[in-house]
Write a protein that binds this ligand. Structure first.
Ligand code: SAH
Length: 454
């Protein structure tokens, strides 16, 4: 990557579309420029900052014509933190952008003509995140700061509160900072490798009054730890557990291997539909507790309610979808490549007394190619880069009647659907907004084997 941070040229133009990362697209002659915080229909003067793979990247220097959808963002740093690409446009417009992103990907990349339903949004699209992780540092003047990294950097932009995080997090973070100061516990400094506290991770339960604070530190048992935890829990009785996670390495990965429970049970519980899950510091858990139910319900409603079928839940994470699907199935087989998630999935089945499910820790493609027997329904929920030919070609051979594809990347979804469209008909496409204020969009797709649809 050759990224130059100084302005390399200026440009004036109209934004005609948005990229998959939520940047405004401006075309000028043969040149294409991706512009942060510029929206469809807007005209602007642009400082072009760098070029990558033949595309320019820039920032607005003067907004000439404003979109009718532009609103005042709730968060002052949304233009520099890079987390919320869409806070500056109305929620209705965000949903339209997302629906169109899915439509465009399906027609342009996948050549799929099926109708795309309007993206399902949230009643309150703010403060939805149940997990927040913030770095702590000392600024140039030696003051302790916490916040988010400026996009593509490790410089902290201090925050008071984040518009999409759970409301309970902000005052806890603030008091962590005050207690560090009072008790002389230094934050970690990346350049010297000295100091103690690196990150604070907060996980909240939506359905229960439970809240976890994870202190990510550079060494185990930092001096003053007992007093620090006592004081924090006293100020915030809503905290039900505190965990220390030790990450001594000089790395961008937030969590380390070793952990110690400093207060409470070391996990929190939450519910998705009828099932309860235990979530520890490192567990993967969907971050939008309201929309995950909408997403799963949308997907599971597409499966017949009879209980006589064999269901494969591929890319299953901690087993959530498969466990819920098991209620209306003879048997469910789940496959997930990550060992920790696989272990969590087995625990989750035990805790919820679901017995008609088996878990395999393997690559989905490898697993399914050696699987003998007929599959009735395949639920697949791969990461952003989509599935692979190995997995998809076995699906074409095995011919399950129905495939439910849950995707967090419309472009890779479209690519995979085109591959499957040889033998499958796409019958239903429903985008769901799991991440309001950002450019991300999740999509549920139903595919029926053409033997059954014709
Ligand atoms: N279905 C789950 C998780 C989806 S995230 C949920 O709703 O919460 C995608 C999952 O796919 C991750 O857990 C990731 O570890 C897993 N994964 C990635 N590549 C994989 C592969 N090749 N085979 C199986 N699982 C894979």
């Amino acid at each position: 990557m050759t990224a130059m941070r100084n302005q390399i040229r200026t440009l004036k133009g109209i934004c005609t579309d948005v990229s998959s990362e939520g940047k405004g697209i401006v075309k000028s002659g043969k040149d294409i420029c991706f512009v942060d915080g510029l929206f469809i229909g807007e005209e602007a003067e642009i400082n072009v900052l760098y070029q990558r793979a033949g595309v320019y990247f820039g920032k607005v220097s003067k907004l000439i014509k404003q979109s009718k959808d532009r609103i005042q963002p709730k968060c002052k740093i949304c233009t520099s933190c890079g987390g919320c690409q869409y806070q500056q446009i109305s929620y209705q417009a965000q949903l339209e952008y997302k629906t169109n992103r899915v439509k465009n990907a399906l027609t342009r990349i996948g050549h799929i003509k099926t109708k795309v339903n309007p993206c399902i949004g949230m009643d309150n699209p703010y403060n939805y995140r149940n997990k927040i992780q913030v770095p702590f540092q000392k600024d140039r003047k030696g003051n302790i700061v916490f916040g988010f990294y400026r996009e593509n950097s490790h410089e902290i932009i201090p925050i008071k509160e984040c518009a999409i995080e759970d409301k309970r997090a902000a005052s806890i973070l603030w008091d962590v900072k005050e207690l560090l100061k009072e008790m002389n516990i230094p934050p970690y400094q990346e350049d010297t490798g000295r100091g103690i506290l690196r990150y604070v991770l907060i996980r909240t339960s939506y359905h229960f009054d439970e809240l976890m604070v994870v202190l990510v530190t550079s060494t185990m048992n930092f001096p003053g730890q007992r007093n620090f935890v006592d004081a924090l829990v006293k100020k915030h009785p809503e905290i039900t557990t505190v965990v220390e996670n030790v990450n001594p390495r000089h790395t961008n990965v937030i969590l380390g291997e070793k952990e110690k429970v400093l207060f409470g049970k070391g996990f929190i519980k939450d519910k998705i539909l009828d099932l309860t899950f235990e979530i520890s510091a490192k567990s993967f858990f969907q971050v939008n507790p309201v929309q995950v139910e909408v997403l799963y319900k949308t997907a599971l409603d597409l499966i017949d309610k009879d209980t006589d079928k064999l269901v494969l839940d591929a890319y299953s994470g901690v087993g959530t979808i498969g466990l819920i699907a098991a209620k209306n199935a003879k048997h469910v087989i789940s496959v997930e490549i990550n060992k920790d998630a696989h272990k969590n999935a087995i625990e989750n089945a035990k805790k919820n007394n679901v017995n008609n499910i088996e878990f395999y820790c393997d690559d989905a493609g490898k697993f399914i190619s050696s699987f003998e027997g007929d599959l009735d329904v395949v639920i697949m929920d791969p990461p952003r880069n989509g599935s692979d030919e190995k997995f998809l070609s076995v699906l074409l051979n095995k011919k399950p009647k129905k495939i439910i594809y849950i995707s967090c990347g419309p472009e890779t979804l479209a690519r995979d659907l085109e591959f499957l469209s040889k033998d499958y008909e796409v019958t239903y496409v429903q985008p769901v907004d799991m991440f309001p204020m950002t450019a991300h969009v999740e999509t549920v797709v139903s595919l029926i084997n053409k033997r059954y649809s014709e």
